[in-house]
Write a protein that binds this ligand. Structure first.
Ligand SMILES: [Zn+2]
Ligand SMILES: [Zn+2]
Length: 350
């Protein structure tokens, strides 16, 4: 099932896999294209569907000049400029979208939302179970660095914001089923990674925007996330996934659609038989891709429309003492070097 590559691409794939295994990630499922080092990239997945990569996340433009929609909103307020500029190049200047739709409200999908609504003043849609994290009502439960999977999980996820984000703007409910303003597109409930996560699917040409329900690169690996963006069908980002049973059911729901082209919150768009096989494999064997341990592995977090109502206790985090040790060693070294430089300065004065 593995596609053949030559030269640098093969080396990078090998390196990526080696680093992933060293960091206890479940084995990579499938890589079917070349690495892509671009920090920003606009890809066309269908005549009226575009993916804009902004660093490690994606946003999507759906539609034509006469009527278009934005899906998700980047990871930082500063992304608003790029989104507006790119939208203008595709749909023309001063042509705002009909609405902004959110797959979910994690920080890396709503970063520029406030800046964009301030500029465009268009309706915002999200599933009701995501609204508390947008309107200041609640924070998501903490990320789970104990799941392993790579440096993004083990180290960086500790510092990812979980809200609450205070968007002073009305958010309308996104309901499962056909989304009227975008004819042909269905909203598919795909919870698990987050409580009210949704995906978007168009049956006519089999285009699926999965959000983070499954993704198309290994977002948990810093190497893949920051550098290569190697395409692969991958479980949802583990550090933020808080109900693994629901995440499994969602992947199975999405795989059963038999999409022809998929794109997600992280990674390159993928299509064709190898992608379909990899998605089928992830759905069929999902239990093998649930982390062996982690805060939300044995017990999920439970949510209602006001926010989390139950959050499992923290589990033993093997990396934490190491990080504490490194911080302590850094402090001791810096205090020692300050003391030494002070004493050598006073020796010189004598
Ligand atoms: Zn997410
Ligand atoms: Zn994400």
């Amino acid at each position: 099932m593995q596609a053949q590559f030559s030269g640098k691409a093969e080396l990078l794939i090998l390196l990526n896999r080696t680093l992933s295994h060293l960091s206890f990630m479940p084995s990579t499922i499938l890589s079917i294209a070349k690495p892509d080092f671009a920090l920003t990239a606009l890809s066309r997945m269908a005549s009226d569907v575009f993916q804009l990569r902004i660093g490690f996340v994606n946003v999507f433009f759906i539609g034509k000049k006469s009527k278009w929609f934005l899906i998700d909103a980047g990871f930082a307020p500063v992304n608003a400029n790029l989104i507006v500029r790119t939208a203008a190049s595709v749909f023309g200047k001063s042509n705002p979208p009909q609405a902004i739709l959110l797959t979910h409200a994690h920080f890396d999908h709503v970063g520029a939302l406030e800046s964009l609504v301030n500029k465009w003043q268009v309706p915002v849609f999200a599933h009701p179970l995501e609204v508390p994290y947008l309107n200041g009502g609640a924070s998501y439960p903490p990320a789970d660095p104990a799941v392993g999977g790579g440096a993004m999980s083990v180290v960086f996820s500790r510092f990812f914001p979980v809200g609450p984000f205070t968007l002073n703007y009305p958010v309308q409910n996104l309901k499962e089923g056909p989304f009227g303003p975008m004819p042909g597109w269905d909203v598919i409930d795909s919870p698990g990674h987050s409580p009210g996560h949704v995906s978007f699917y168009r049956k006519k040409d089999g285009v699926l925007l999965s959000g983070d329900a499954f993704i198309t690169m290994n977002q948990e690996s810093f190497f893949s996330s920051a550098l290569t963006h190697l395409p692969e069908i991958h479980r949802p980002p583990a550090y933020f996934t808080q109900d693994w049973e629901k995440a499994m059911a969602s992947v199975r729901t999405l795989a059963a659609l038999k999409p022809l082209t998929v794109a997600s919150g992280h990674g390159q768009p993928m299509k064709g038989k190898p992608m379909q096989n990899a998605l089928h494999k992830l759905a069929a064997n999902f239990k093998d891709f649930i982390p062996a341990r982690g805060r939300y592995v044995k017990q999920p977090a439970i949510f209602d429309e006001t926010g989390p109502v139950f959050v499992p206790p923290r589990v033993w985090d093997p990396i934490f003492p190491w990080l504490g040790g490194i911080a302590l060693a850094t402090l001791v070294i810096s205090l020692l070097s300050q003391t030494l430089s002070r004493s050598s300065a006073s020796e010189k004065r004598v």
